[in-house]
Design a protein around this ligand. Structure first.
Ligand code: AMP
Length: 299
């Protein structure tokens, strides 16, 4: 149980750290008020804040959760060293007009006795799911708990984690959770690097090397003419040769099912990559629109 249940929205954001306190806060607001939820793992950057700003603009009240979810990290992954800076995160959220910051303790939110797993079949077995066994089960289970705890009208997710966005959309549809999932565009540094909490682990040298990911995606998107095989080979070739980039995958996939595409593609597609640079695992992706196909076909 929490020591105190916040009763008002006077000093924002109200920080709550138990599901009971979160429920009391959200349900204490007028019934017609709309709530937005922005789930994060903290170490906030402008990518996260773009989701927060959109939620604040579109909803009467906003909850931002900060929880480094142990269930989504494999045993050999970076749970222990994942960046954390709660004091700075709270300051950033206070400046954005967020109402509630939910910071559950792992012991209460993911207790050792947890026996329920939410698993989205199919979508979670390719790309990230194939390389990180159990990752999306951990994501889906915690996102379901966050949605059940806060019962928002809308929840905001970034296209940076494109596969995660599809997984969340699917679980919300399958379980009739009745929340609108809002997809927000991927935010990049001016030089193209996708913003990520993990970028702080890159040395200046590795950061420059990491630009190969966004550069390769950009080049493929620019040259996109609907030929999926050529686009995949080009992406693969560029990243396999990039110095200091240990390529995990480079794929051109259906934007809804994530199945690999081949031959000539008439509709939209998505190019997705993952690689390790200086020991930091990075992911990035870009939309390949159907417009190029139409334009090309018209000439
Ligand atoms: P994380 O803290 O990495 O779990 O991310 C929390 C949310 O922020 C997820 O919905 C991410 O997709 C989103 N996000 C992270 N980085 C970016 C970015 N560069 N642009 C847009 N959204 C992002």
């Amino acid at each position: 149980m929490s020591d105190a249940v916040p009763t008002g929205m006077g000093s924002r954001p109200v920080r709550v750290d138990t599901v009971e306190a979160l429920r009391a806060t959200v349900h204490g607001a007028p019934r017609e008020a709309t709530w937005g939820l922005v789930p994060t793992m903290g170490a906030l950057h402008d990518g996260h804040l773009s989701l927060v700003d959109r939620a604040v603009a579109e909803c009467d009240h906003v909850v931002v959760s900060i929880f480094v979810n142990p269930l989504q990290f494999g045993p050999a992954e970076d749970f222990e060293t994942y960046p954390r800076d709660l004091a700075r995160d709270l300051e950033l959220l206070a400046a954005r007009g967020v109402d509630v910051c939910f910071t559950p303790a792992a012991a209460g939110f993911t207790p050792a006795g947890l026996r329920t797993t939410v698993r989205v079949a199919g979508l979670t077995e390719v790309l990230e799911g194939a390389r990180r066994p159990g990752h999306f089960d951990g994501v889906a289970t915690i996102v379901t708990k966050l949605l059940a705890s806060s019962r928002p009208d809308r929840a905001y997710f970034g296209e940076k984690d494109y596969q995660q966005l599809l997984v969340v959309r699917r679980l919300v549809a399958d379980l009739d959770l009745g929340v609108q999932i809002v997809a927000c565009p991927l935010i990049r540094e001016p030089d193209g690097l996708a913003l990520s909490s993990r970028n702080v682990g890159l040395s200046e040298h590795d950061r420059r090397r990491a630009l190969a990911l966004s550069a390769a995606l950009h080049a493929v998107a620019k040259a996109w003419d609907g030929d999926a095989g050529t686009a995949r080979a080009r992406l693969h070739g560029a990243l396999a040769e990039a110095p200091g980039v240990d390529l995990d995958y480079a794929e051109v996939a259906d934007p809804e099912t994530l199945e690999p595409l081949s031959g000539t593609v008439r509709g939209p597609a998505r190019a997705l990559v993952a690689a390790r640079v200086g020991g930091v695992r990075l992911i990035d992706n870009v939309a390949l629109s159907a417009v190029g196909v139409d334009a090309g076909a018209g000439h």
